[in-house]
Design a binder for this molecule. Sequence first.
Ligand SMILES: *[C@@H]1O[C@H](CO)[C@@H](O)[C@H](O)[C@H]1NC(C)=O
Ligand SMILES: *[C@@H]1O[C@H](CO)[C@@H](O)[C@H](O)[C@H]1NC(C)=O
Ligand SMILES: *[C@@H]1O[C@H](CO)[C@@H](O)[C@H](O)[C@H]1NC(C)=O
Ligand SMILES: *[C@@H]1O[C@H](CO)[C@@H](O)[C@H](O)[C@H]1NC(C)=O
Ligand SMILES: *[C@@H]1O[C@H](CO)[C@@H](O)[C@H](O)[C@H]1NC(C)=O
Ligand SMILES: *[C@@H]1O[C@H](CO)[C@@H](O)[C@H](O)[C@H]1NC(C)=O
Ligand SMILES: *[C@@H]1O[C@H](CO)[C@@H](O)[C@H](O)[C@H]1NC(C)=O
Ligand SMILES: *[C@@H]1O[C@H](CO)[C@@H](O)[C@H](O)[C@H]1NC(C)=O
Ligand SMILES: *[C@@H]1O[C@H](CO)[C@@H](O)[C@H](O)[C@H]1NC(C)=O
Length: 801
Amino acid sequence: MAMLEWFLVLGISAATILVHGQSGDTMTPTKSIVDGQTLISAGGTFELGFFSPGDSKGRYLGIHYRGTPDKTVVWVANRISPLNGSTGVLNLTGDGNLALLNSTGYIIWSTGTSNAINPVVQIVDSGNLVLIEGTSKNLLWQSFDHPSNTLLPGMKLGWDLRTNVDRHLTSWRNSSDPSPGDFSYKIHVNALPELFLWRGSVPIYRSGPWNGRGFNGIPEMQTNNMFWFNLTSNEYETTYTYEVQDNSILSRILLNENGVVKHLVLYRPKLKWDLYWQHPEEQCDEYAHCGANNLCSTSYVSACDCLRGFSLKSPQNWRLRDSSDDCVRRTALNCSSDGFFELQQMKLPDTSNATVHSNKSLEECEDWCLKNCTCSAYAIIEGSGCVTWTGDLVDIRLFTEGGESLYVRLASSELGQIRGNYRKKKLVIVIIISSLAGFPLLVCCIRLLWKKNKKRKQGETLSIHYRESRGNELELPLFDIHTIRTATNNFSEDNKLGEGGFGPVYKGQLEDGEKIAVKRLSKDSVQGINEFTNEVLVIAKLQHRNLVRLLGCCIEGEERLLVYEYLQNTSLDYFIFDSKRSAFLDWQKRLDIILGVARGLLYLHQDSRLKIIHRDLKASNILLDEELNPKISDFGTARIFKVDQIEENTNRVVGTYGYMSPEYAMGGIFSVKSDVFSFGVLVLEILSGTKNRMINQAEACVNLLGHAWRLWIEGRCLEILDEAVGCAYPESKILRCIQVAFLCVQERSENRPTMTEVVLMLSTESALLPQPERPGFCIAPPLMERDSSSSNKLTVTIEGR
Ligand SMILES: *[C@@H]1O[C@H](CO)[C@@H](O)[C@H](O)[C@H]1NC(C)=O
Ligand SMILES: *[C@@H]1O[C@H](CO)[C@@H](O)[C@H](O)[C@H]1NC(C)=O
Ligand SMILES: *[C@@H]1O[C@H](CO)[C@@H](O)[C@H](O)[C@H]1NC(C)=O
Ligand SMILES: *[C@@H]1O[C@H](CO)[C@@H](O)[C@H](O)[C@H]1NC(C)=O
Ligand SMILES: *[C@@H]1O[C@H](CO)[C@@H](O)[C@H](O)[C@H]1NC(C)=O
Ligand SMILES: *[C@@H]1O[C@H](CO)[C@@H](O)[C@H](O)[C@H]1NC(C)=O
Ligand SMILES: *[C@@H]1O[C@H](CO)[C@@H](O)[C@H](O)[C@H]1NC(C)=O
Ligand SMILES: *[C@@H]1O[C@H](CO)[C@@H](O)[C@H](O)[C@H]1NC(C)=O
Ligand SMILES: *[C@@H]1O[C@H](CO)[C@@H](O)[C@H](O)[C@H]1NC(C)=O
């Protein structure tokens, strides 16, 4: 026994010496590497050595990160021919062939290079294994030219046109088998180079063309500030590369076994990879998820919708519609008299049947397209110029941010008239937003036009045109009052869901079975008219999965009605402030709701084309759908800001006490940061299941914020958590959430983060969080007016200043 141990010790130290003997980053023909020995890059980031993935018994030679968990492998030499046992040897011949041999001397894998003088093999800190001629430093071979399933910063994906080599990623078969699987990710050059993800020979995802800053179909690329992305297209190469701006961050793009491209980042000294983005992520990412001439949008109920001027090939199917149904023109084109309709924020169609005209301006592009009768659409792509399409438009989607404008050719009669689908009447709103005139003008316009149209009697098609500086129309279906009366059982008490900002809300069901919520403006409400108009203006423009969807409106006689999608699970306050129902919302669900609300608010503040301050964010204004996804509602008091406007002052403070930031409640100053404050309060309420009410205790002001802040200072902040949900919670995520909430409710608005920062802090676990300062909770409202209709709502009104 003692003898055996002794041998073991000897064996281990011998192995250690061997490893040390080879742990440089280079290899010459006099050395060889056997299983157990490695080469380590100079900076210590990457290591070349033998490994067995997953539960595989075979041995592979590959490059992996050092010091990351489970030795993330980024490159494999002998992907298709594993070694049998630890018998492999990596030898470099005197004339420069790097070969992997098994114990009987059989070549399992080699670089196939020869005729080199003094060859040297080196593992570089970028993760590249290079074979160079020692004297001339000529590069003979590099692993970056033979990618496996991983793209590293500095590595080129795409075509070397001189050697006609197409560098692309291929997935592993499974986590234990690195041999090439079904998926590949490569640059495909149609009219323009695009990244395509293939399963075998079927495209399953497309990146969209390059627009100078990133791929058109990956808006995240254009807003990121962590990477530089680069597409090079010239006579020598068509390649895509990327670099990390900050060297302390590790990054890789992985095509995994299931055909998902994941962009991963690791912040040192952390040991966990975070997902930065991935594709395909949602159904609209899927290549041609909708049929030809469809628009895919995650905010549509059915994901797919025909382009304007097009209708389904087989219209009888539309309720049961199959997403892959094609759409066809309703009105045939007449070359000479056609026009174009602009679609904004688009992922541009597949460029297989497109043509690039590099030096044409927008006007010249339109002109060319108009003259060529086969041209069906055009767009301007930065860096490439004018692009025109013929025939069907395939794989288009609508983004909530980013994307390019696409101009689709339509018959002139289609351009003039309003689109009618199953709800024939539409309200089209025309507003002129100039950079000088902001919100007040909007209201005037809509009022004027409204009046003008009223003269046309019985409101057949109220047509108020919505026009931004570049001119696109917005349509809002118009319901007739009989439909609404039938749907809501003539506004019966049984159908009443509650009171909204300016009147009661009723539940209803349309003839086709669709459930709706109808908001009815109280006849005697003066303020209501403004809020009604405001809500139509604000929400008709918005589409986001975390905002409640407006289906249409009804203006007849005295009636002013807004028709919304019906959300089954009512509102958030119904759950979180009830001891029994709060048990339905487990911790993960609560965190999801918080992130959902944050995304909705970010969209309002920044990502929609308008900048909107909600001003009354609170638990009862967060509605929940079937899957308990949150949707922000009630835009009666929202304000549209000019994009460069920071804050505004008002004499009429509207909102709900407890959610209002100090500067707003006290001074009437509101900005995006006052919504951020309300959001922070909401987060603490969601986590604690308690309202942020004033608790009039002896010690001045103690409300939820005060209470939570004390616990935070004492390092016991987890004690605020709602006991109804049990104690098994993701501690690190909850702590992060609480800290973000405190950052949001800081007294000084300039210290509060923006919603962009909030979403980032909530969605990546690695973002560093600053320490919050004391929240602005000790403010006594100067003048409070108790809203008698509901006991738990307090509305502050400050008149004058
Ligand atoms: C691997 O080696 C084992 C034992 O040396 C042998 O039995 C087996 O047949 C070998 N398999 C292959 C595929 O060479
Ligand atoms: C080396 O590889 C050859 C070809 O695959 C095979 O015939 C031979 O058995 C292998 N030797 C060992 C020891 O695995
Ligand atoms: C590999 O290289 C070592 C040392 O250079 C040499 O002894 C050995 O014979 C080589 N193996 C084969 C199979 O060529
Ligand atoms: C991986 O695929 C191989 C065949 O390619 C199969 O034999 C093996 O069982 C698979 N392993 C796992 C974990 O799925
Ligand atoms: C993009 O890559 C090309 C060729 O590799 C290089 O010349 C150019 O400087 C790069 N541009 C940026 C912005 O990195
Ligand atoms: C096409 O438009 C022109 C000019 O408006 C008109 O004269 C012609 O009749 C139209 N042709 C068809 C087939 O509609
Ligand atoms: C391009 O045109 C060809 C021939 O008309 C057609 O078969 C193909 O589907 C088109 N591709 C796309 C992406 O529109
Ligand atoms: C586009 O314009 C630039 C400068 O105006 C010129 O150098 C280039 O040759 C033009 N390209 C084409 C294809 O006409
Ligand atoms: C019209 O466009 C098509 C496709 O881009 C092209 O093949 C054709 O030559 C053009 N015709 C004219 C008259 O420019």
